[in-house]
Design a protein around this ligand. Structure first.
Ligand SMILES: C[S@@+](CC[C@H](N)C(=O)[O-])C[C@H]1O[C@@H](n2cnc3c(N)ncnc32)[C@H](O)[C@@H]1O
Length: 211
């Protein structure tokens, strides 16, 4: 139903036989609109992990479920969304995908989440929520491996105010990610999320660190 090519490859949004909307990159499944509980849990963990989740940053947009879950909370006053694929933003603006971008609290920055986070002021954010790939062990874009490293997580910590929260989504358990979050934040809470993926039982994970 929609297709685009960027320097990272081919982005396809398609309607599956079971009626679900599915996003694929270079043929690799990224997500669908049937099983979105872990994307929403990423937001819920962040919302309950800090007393005042007023200004938050999300990377990336996807089909908008994490952002939508944040926007349901009236304490959230501003959401910066970093999305690397301009086509995804255009499809949402055009209504190909149900939009979260018409909420005045949302600002989209088209670009790499690393640059968008780096451009924030130190201590300016209450929360940073990272769901840009399938997790450190099943990367869609190899360049994203740096996002799960203590180097980038350290930059995230710098951008969070004291008492702020970081949450990271992963499709698999990763002891390396847990170690990196623990090294930067002094602790790491891991929430496994049981999901049904086209009939299969799977576990997804949310990693949380607090500043
Ligand atoms: C799994 S989806 C996010 C799903 C989202 N949490 C939701 O609720 O729909 C991953 C998104 O991150 C984007 N992305 C991938 N690498 C990125 C990067 N380095 N910076 C910003 N966005 C990125 C992808 O284009 C895709 O839209």
């Amino acid at each position: 139903m929609a297709q685009a090519v960027s320097e990272r490859g081919e982005l396809v949004l398609r309607r599956r036989g079971d009626g679900a909307l599915e996003l694929r990159v270079n043929g690799v499944f990224v997500m669908d609109d049937r099983e979105t509980s872990s994307e929403e849990l990423l937001a819920d963990v962040a919302l309950s992990g800090t007393a005042s989740p007023s200004r938050v940053l999300v990377g990336g947009l996807g089909l908008g479920y994490t952002v939508r879950a944040l926007l349901r909370d009236s304490r959230v006053r501003s959401v910066v969304v970093a999305e690397i694929e301009p086509a995804l933003v255009e499809w949402m603006r055009a209504g190909v995908v149900p939009s979260v971008l018409d909420d005045p609290r949302v600002v989209v920055a088209v670009g790499d989440v690393r640059a968008v986070v780096a451009a924030q002021g130190d201590g300016a954010l209450d929360g940073i929520l990272l769901d840009v790939d399938n997790g450190p062990d099943f990367l869609v874009y190899n360049e994203n491996s740096a996002i799960y490293s203590s180097g980038f997580l350290g930059v995230c910590r710098q951008k969070l105010r004291a008492g702020g929260v970081l949450t990271v989504w992963s499709s698999s358990a990763s002891s390396a990610l847990e170690t990196a979050v623990r090294a930067v934040f002094g602790g790491c809470a891991v929430s496994p999320v049981p999901v049904k993926l086209q009939g299969r039982d799977e576990l997804y994970y949310v990693y949380q660190g607090g500043s």
